[in-house]
Every structure is written in C-alpha cells, then in structure tokens.
Write a new protein. Structure first.
Length: 103
C-alpha cells in the first residue's frame, strides 16, 4: 500500500475553498466577464450588454466573483469599473481556450 505524500498535498480546507470559487466561475456569463476583464476594465452596464443580460443580473455575477477575490471595483468619477485582481485567472482562461476555444 502506498503512503500518501501528505507534505506535498494541498490541505483539504484549502481545496474546499478552491472548489467553492471554481463553482462560482462555472457559469458562461461569468467566464465571458472574466475573459473581457483580463483585457480591460468594464462597467456593469458594459459587461451586461456584452453578455446580453440585464444589469442587475450582471451585478450579481460580479458580486459573487468579487466575494471569491477574483475582481474588484474601482470608482472613476461617477462610474465604477471592475478589474481582475487574481492574476491566475489568465492561466485558467488559457486552459479553457486551449480545450474549448475555436481554432
């Protein structure tokens, strides 16, 4: 019987947190928003329009991703722009693009 290399495994409580955040990303509109936000900053209205959803629905998607620490709002005068705060999302989207993107 093989012994588990416990010193190299991610602690289970960290994996639980990771799974919750991955569930948050597991939505096509949220993935589209992340894809867009990796290239620039956008307002709720701009993201909603690009996804073809109402602004209040886009706001809820953004709130969930913000709760996981993936993005943050930034006020610029009267507008609030969202931007990515988790640089690992670029690698995550690259994996999705390689597996599911068009050629």
């Amino acid at each position: 019987m093989k012994a588990e290399p416990t010193s190299t495994l991610i602690p289970l409580d960290h994996l639980t947190q990771a799974a919750e955040c991955l569930k948050t990303l597991a939505h096509p509109h949220r993935l589209r928003m992340v894809e867009m936000l990796l290239n620039d900053r956008y307002t709720v209205g701009e993201l909603a329009e690009a996804c073809g959803i109402p602004s209040n629905v886009a706001s809820e998607h953004l709130r969930l991703m913000q709760r996981c620490g993936f993005l943050a709002p930034q006020r610029d005068g009267r507008r609030v722009y969202y931007s990515i705060t988790e640089p690992c999302l670029a690698s995550f989207l690259q994996c999705i693009r390689q597996r599911f993107g068009s050629t």
